[in-house]
Design a protein. Structure first.
Length: 210
């Protein structure tokens, strides 16, 4: 086992560790705890293992060219000689989060909020087109721009605000049971909606009333 040890290791040179007095298990335990004790290089070829660099032995084993190794390749490649190589730290199961990351994500989310869908609504009677947020009711748009849609209850029961959707019915909200009932009672076609109930969802819509 003595040939396994790095003769330049401080504990070997000082006599604190005497490789000749160790068995294989004790030697391996020492080298695992303090890699500086390991004689280098560790070599494996075709399942055969060797330690240390004896040029004549290596040449007869695998052959060598005339290149000269730089420095002492039998010692630890680390720059230190007095301290053993540090043991790797165990990874944290729950590493602490860096401060500010959540706040940064929140700010980015505020900056990159997706744009709310818009609808382009044209009131054919007055020749005016406006752009409004999706979810707006036709009666609300009419009131804001003065399109002139008349209404009564605003609850979808009287049928006064019935309008015709000339274009873009696919961009309108679905009829409710009540709206469908009131339109049928008023003999309105499938291209009609109640302005107090119908919401625009996006795209281009043309409305005609009266």
């Amino acid at each position: 086992m003595a040939q396994w040890f790095n003769p330049s290791a401080p504990r070997v040179k000082s006599g604190e560790v005497n490789p000749a007095e160790l068995d294989a298990r004790s030697a391996l335990d020492l080298m695992l705890a303090e890699p500086l004790l390991i004689r280098r290089p560790l070599m494996e070829v075709a399942g055969e293992f060797r330690v240390g660099f004896d040029a004549d032995a290596v040449r007869s084993w695998i052959g060598l060219n005339d290149a000269k190794p730089k420095g002492d390749i039998e010692v630890c490649p680390k720059g230190h000689l007095a301290q053993p190589c540090p043991a790797p730290e165990a990874p944290l199961l729950n590493p602490p989060r860096k401060r500010g990351r959540r706040r940064t994500r929140k700010r980015l989310g505020q900056l990159w909020k997706p744009a709310m869908p818009k609808a382009n609504v044209t009131f054919d009677n007055i020749g005016l087109t406006v752009t409004v947020p999706a979810g707006t009711r036709l009666i609300e748009i009419s009131e804001k721009i003065g399109a002139g849609i008349t209404y009564g209850c605003r609850e979808g029961e009287c049928g006064t605000c019935a309008v015709r959707i000339v274009k873009g019915m696919e961009h309108m909200s679905e009829r409710s049971v009540l709206e469908d009932k009131v339109l049928q009672e008023n003999m309105a076609g499938r291209d009609h909606r109640l302005a107090c109930q119908a919401q625009v969802l996006g795209g281009d819509i043309v409305v005609r009333h009266g």
